[in-house]
Write a new protein. Structure first.
Ligand SMILES: [Ca+2]
Ligand SMILES: [Ca+2]
Length: 262
């Protein structure tokens, strides 16, 4: 009897171990291709990290992932902002996350409409990934809002010396010093306008602050150029987020670590 009970116990233990291992196996190695597994694992890791930043979509006026592989529309995936339109030959290329938009530095730009990006004097922020091919103009704009005819705009870009700048009609363009940005490397650039001054973050790290007074009106938006349709960017731009609020250092660190999210 004892021996039989022992055998039954061993069988039960074996079945339990088998079922347990199977469940763990399915969770860790789900059925599907390697890419699908990586994608689902990265989605899970995004979700876990995003739980720390539930308000990340708050104040997001527009989010252009630029993941399209054809056509002329740059879809806005979050917020009230309109879809953008590829103008003058913007191309599709490989990006920091998925696809990106490729600009020729001559006349390419994405037109994100005429009226959704009016910030006045209030706080706003830009988050964008860039890969410079070259700097053909004195000022090479990445993204700009406002209206240049009325002299009320804000725009962020890279000067021909590799410094990031922030422009405002009516007050001098401010230039941030180091780090100087080079060609053929992806950089995450975040500009946070706080009401009287602006902070620059490169690759998730705070690098400096400059005093500037911005007053954007009418609310045009352009990617890859000044709002006056000039001073064009040459290279790749990806994952453009425009916020109607400040971003914290922690949020910027998270955005840097998770390109393409959400
Ligand atoms: Ca993208
Ligand atoms: Ca062109």
């Amino acid at each position: 009897m004892k021996a039989q009970a022992g055998v039954e116990y061993l069988i039960l233990l074996g079945v339990t171990l088998f079922l347990g291992t199977s469940v763990v196996g399915v969770l860790v190695f789900p059925i599907g291709g390697t890419d699908a597994i990586k994608q689902s694992q990265s989605d899970i890791s995004y979700m876990i990290q995003a739980m720390q930043y539930p308000g990340l979509s708050e104040g997001l006026v527009a989010y252009y992932k630029l993941d399209e592989s054809g056509g002329d529309v740059a879809a806005n995936s979050v917020g009230e902002g309109p879809d953008g339109e590829f103008e003058n030959g913007v191309e599709h290329g490989s990006g920091k996350s998925g696809r990106a938009a490729k600009f020729d530095g001559i006349d390419d730009e994405i037109n994100c409409g005429e009226d959704k990006f009016e910030f006045g004097h209030s706080k706003h922020a830009y988050s964008v990934w860039i890969n410079i091919s070259s700097l053909p103009n004195e000022y090479n704009y990445i993204v700009a809002t406002g209206n240049s005819e009325l002299g009320k705009q804000s725009g962020v870009g890279v000067k021909n010396n590799g410094n990031v700048f922030l422009s405002s009609y009516g007050s001098p363009i401010v230039e941030f010093g180091a780090p100087v940005l080079g060609a053929n490397a992806w950089y995450h650039v975040v500009l946070v306008y706080k009401g009287r001054d602006a902070d620059l973050y490169i690759n998730g790290k705070y690098v400096g602050s400059q005093e500037i007074s911005l007053n954007t009106s009418v609310g045009k938006c352009r990617i890859g150029s000044h709002v006056g349709d000039s001073s064009f960017f040459r290279g790749d731009i990806d994952d453009v987020k425009i916020y109607r609020r400040e971003l914290t250092a922690e949020e910027i660190g998270f955005i840097y670590r998770t390109p393409g999210f959400p």
